[in-house]
Design a protein around this ligand. Structure first.
Ligand code: ADP
Ligand code: ZN
Length: 599
């Protein structure tokens, strides 16, 4: 992961440098231009028009005229005026003749003809050019800034040494199976188009950071032997309006040139968040997103380009992105299970020396919830530790130290949790756990923790039953109650509620809505299924009253669940206190410890 982060960072630094340079130059250019305009203005007061000059000469008021050979600029000294005036003559030869004639007429004018001082002229001209030069440099810099992000890396299939194949991706067997179709399409597009088959244009890879989304995208490119162009959504977001959109356009232009190929857009949520009607940065965002939509729609059937995009927040994405013909296929990349973890460890163990006491299967057992990137990191850290400790090979101990280093680094993230927050989190999580323990479908608790992870202050983990195809109404109802258990505990024990439950509430509200309008599980609303994902307006078609009824039903469902959660806790206060106290001491409670505590 480190290695992958390095390059964008360098790029960002470079961008910043160019940005600062551009700013300095811009200020400089403005100042110099201002000075110039100013000095031109003073000159203006001191200028003499040609007709006036002739008049003054004829009236005998001119004392001295200075000319430079090859230039139409003249300096005029009038008899009664201290300051010299500058003038321009249309024709130097005719002008000289005029003066000579006047002198002959007895009207004496001193005429000085100077040779041109080349160095000075050049300098003067150059000085005049400075603002222009600066503007040019400025534009070059802006162009470069733009260009930096645009160099989507092309991993040329022929020359790339790091050809990543499906074998390099551990676990994710089903996902790989799904991707095989895309590989086939990239290899032999004709076969598909002749058959009239529709192959997905865009595939959305959803999953936590480090779960291997980039890796699998690269593996598809490697398997199909096609170039891989990658870009991160955040790179599209620019401080100069309109650049994001043009960058999207150029990305696709480039892809069309080298097709068949794969475009990989990491962090697509940075550009693909729901469109707003805001201003400034938001409008810029909308433009970029609109351009992406245009490009996705504008593919020819001939063009063999697959766009893969990664996000860990699919629910944030603008629905327009998910329409047919765009990212209409979604693949969830879950955290690896025990077997997956062992496979990932095996892959990253290649080329490393291990002592005999190392058992990858055991390590897989101890690393529940870890991503592929974290596991890779652990083995790498272990190798470093072993080297520093001068071990012959990596020992079990080295790996345990590495696990600690990686997890502590991940979990604490320099966030020191104040005592008061700790208590709040402990009761919140204990609330989830106790409520769950009283519900038949929710009671399989795997771990309760108040160690912050990501944005969550703590978590209650459930054992997942992997071979389950349907979820019953009872299970969904109980899930609602369990989700509200966190807030219920805060309310009962601390007589206050916090923002910590906002995610629980979001999830609960979504489940309630789904139960009512997607799965037709509400008796009051009846058996109905409305897919608002496909068409957000479908609900409106059914009329306002219907919408109100649904809203009321959602509210009733959530309120009932909240009440039930509070009732369960009120009946199990002893257990709630015990679990919360233990959490405050130990921070993590395993399944066995939890069962022990609530017995
Ligand atoms: P994401 O794009 O989901 O954030 P990456 O694909 O960048 O994650 O994964 C980072 C690194 O973690 C990979 O380069 C690889 O070393 C390791 N990794 C992640 N998942 C796997 C996996 N399933 N098999 C092997 N290595 C993995
Ligand atoms: Zn919660």
């Amino acid at each position: 992961m480190n290695e992958q982060n390095r390059e964008p960072k360098e790029k960002q630094n470079k961008k910043m440098l160019y940005g600062i340079l551009a700013m300095i130059l811009l200020i400089f250019a403005i100042v110099i231009t201002a000075v110039f305009i100013n000095s031109n203005q003073t000159k203006k007061n001191n200028e003499i028009a040609y007709t006036d000059l002739i008049k003054q000469i004829e009236e005998g008021l001119v004392e001295k005229i200075e000319m430079t050979v090859g230039s139409t600029a003249v300096k005029v000294k009038l008899k009664d005026v201290e300051e010299e005036k500058a003038g321009i003559v249309p024709n130097t030869q005719a002008f000289i003749e005029l003066i000579q004639q006047k002198t002959l007429e007895g009207n004496n004018i001193e005429l000085i003809q100077k040779k041109q001082n080349i160095a000075l002229t050049i300098f003067q001209n150059l000085f005049g050019l400075i603002p222009t030069i600066m503007m040019v440099v400025l534009f070059v810099l802006i162009y470069r800034m733009q260009g930096l992000g645009d160099k989507g890396k092309v991993y040329d299939a022929e020359t790339s040494k790091s050809k990543i194949k499906f074998d390099d991706v551990a676990g994710l067997d089903e996902e790989k199976q799904e991707m095989l179709e895309i590989v086939d399409f990239l290899k032999e597009p004709k076969k598909f188009t002749e058959m009239g088959a529709k192959v997905p244009r865009g595939v959305l890879l959803c999953g936590n950071p480090g779960t291997g989304k980039t890796l699998i995208a690269k593996a598809i490119a490697g398997e199909a032997n096609v170039p891989f162009i990658s870009m991160s959504g955040s790179e599209f977001i620019e401080m100069f309006a309109g650049l994001g959109a043009s960058r999207v356009r150029r990305l696709f232009e480039k892809a069309k040139k080298i097709a068949p190929c794969i475009i990989f857009i990491d962090e697509i949520d940075a550009i693909g968040s729901r469109r707003t009607s805001g201003s400034g940065a938001e409008t810029e965002n909308n433009q970029t997103l609109n351009q992406l939509l245009v490009e996705m729609d504008g593919f020819d059937t001939e063009e063999t380009i697959i766009v893969l995009a990664a996000t860990n927040r699919p629910e944030m994405l603008d629905k327009a992105l998910l329409r047919p013909g765009r990212f209409d296929r979604q693949i969830n990349i879950a955290l690896p299970d025990m077997h997956g973890r062992e496979e990932i460890l095996k892959i990253h163990a290649k080329g490393k020396k291990f002592a005999e006491d190392v058992n990858l299967n055991d390590i897989a057992g101890d690393t529940a919830g870890f991503t592929g990137a974290e596991l890779a990191n652990i083995l790498n850290e272990a190798a470093i530790i072993a080297t520093i400790e001068k071990h012959e090979a990596i020992t079990h101990d080295d790996i345990e130290k590495a696990v600690k280093k990686v997890t502590v680094g991940l979990e604490r993230q320099s966030r020191v949790v104040p005592e008061r927050d700790k208590k709040l989190t402990a009761y919140h999580e204990a609330g989830h756990a106790i409520v769950s323990s009283q519900l038949e479908t929710q009671k399989d608790i795997k771990e309760v923790s108040i160690i912050p992870r990501g944005i969550a202050g703590g978590y209650t983990m459930y054992k997942t039953n992997e071979d389950k195809y349907y979820i019953s109404k009872t299970e969904m109802e109980e899930k609602l109650i369990a989700l509200l258990g966190g807030r219920a505990a805060e309310k009962i024990v601390l007589n206050d509620i916090s923002t910590g439950a906002s995610n629980d509430l979001e999830v609960a509200t979504q489940i309630a809505k789904d139960m009512i309008i997607k799965y037709g599980m509400s008796d009051n609303i009846g058996p109905i299924s409305i897919n608002t994902d496909k068409d957000p307006y479908e609900l409106q078609l059914l009329g306002e009253k219907f919408g109100d009824a649904i809203g009321a039903e959602v509210k009733i469902m959530l309120e009932n669940s909240y009440l039930q959660a509070q009732t369960i806790l009120a009946n199990n206060m002893n257990q709630l206190n015990k679990v919360a106290q233990t959490l405050m001491q130990k921070e993590v409670i395993s399944a066995e410890e939890f069962q022990e505590l609530i017995r």
